[in-house]
Write a protein that binds this ligand. Structure first.
Ligand code: ARG
Length: 239
């Protein structure tokens, strides 16, 4: 019995000294927040969660999955944290807990660079793409599909990378996605942003609803990074 207690004590101490490791889920198709470059995860969100970990004494392991499976993976315990340019919405906040907001963004409309389309590309018999389960998906569904303003194809993609390829290949005419990311894509692919849809979204880091301790650690981490100027530094590095 004594031996078991001793071993438990040692394990706890080691765990404490070396910090915990948390599994962090991302959908790595969202530059400059999260993407894969030369086989490595890079971006603002990746740096942010690592910096919070360094500040608060935990390590992170990044896992890439489709955006619409992130929340389910958090709820089932396969992930500890989700950071993925995820908008804090009422529906999501019913199933997971969000940190304080760390970013604000609007939606936008992206078309091929060589096209004459403007915002009216969303009206009538056009084909519009979104990433499954995003706020862009919901926006198009509620404002354009249900109202029958958009009568062409409404296509949902697992990743924005696939959606961009389909746009460039002329399989769709426009994509609705978060403005900072649209501008990011516009720098590296032959696409352009033709409209901003003011949706006033806040991004938050999500954890399992039961995990109050981890949420407190993350919020404290964000506050410290704000105070130290490290958050501004990350901002400058990525935007
Ligand atoms: N902000 C939007 C949302 O929460 C899009 C996020 C997509 N993120 C990503 N990494 N693909 O629905």
């Amino acid at each position: 019995m004594k031996k078991i207690l001793f071993v438990a004590f040692v394990l706890l101490t080691v765990g404490f000294l070396f910090g915990a490791k948390y599994i962090v889920g991302v959908s790595a198709d969202f530059p400059p927040f999260e993407s894969v470059e030369n086989g490595e995860f890079v971006g603002f969100d990746i740096d942010l969660i690592k910096a919070i970990g360094e500040e608060m004494g935990f390590e992170v392991e990044i896992r890439d999955m489709s955006f619409d499976s992130l929340i389910a993976a958090l709820v089932s315990g396969n992930l500890d944290i989700v950071i993925s340019g995820m908008t804090i919405t009422q529906e999501r906040a019913e199933v997971v807990s969000f940190s304080k907001p760390y970013w604000t963004a609007d939606q936008s409309v992206v078309v091929r660079e060589d096209s004459d389309f403007n915002v009216t590309v969303l009206f009538g018999k056009r084909n519009v793409g979104v990433q499954t389960g995003t706020t862009g998906d919901l926006w198009v569904e509620e404002n354009l599909v249900e109202t029958k303003i958009l009568t062409g194809d409404f296509k949902r993609y697992d990743t924005y990378v696939l959606a961009m390829t389909d746009l460039i290949n002329k399989n769709i005419d426009a994509i609705v996605l978060d403005a900072p990311v649209a501008e990011g894509f516009a720098k590296v692919r032959p696409v352009k942003v033709v409209a901003i849809l003011k949706t006033y979204e806040d991004y938050g880091i999500a954890v399992n609803k039961g995990n109050k301790t981890l949420l407190a650690l993350i919020n404290e981490g964000i506050e410290r990074l704000e105070a130290s100027g490290k958050l501004d530094e990350l901002n400058l590095k990525h935007f």
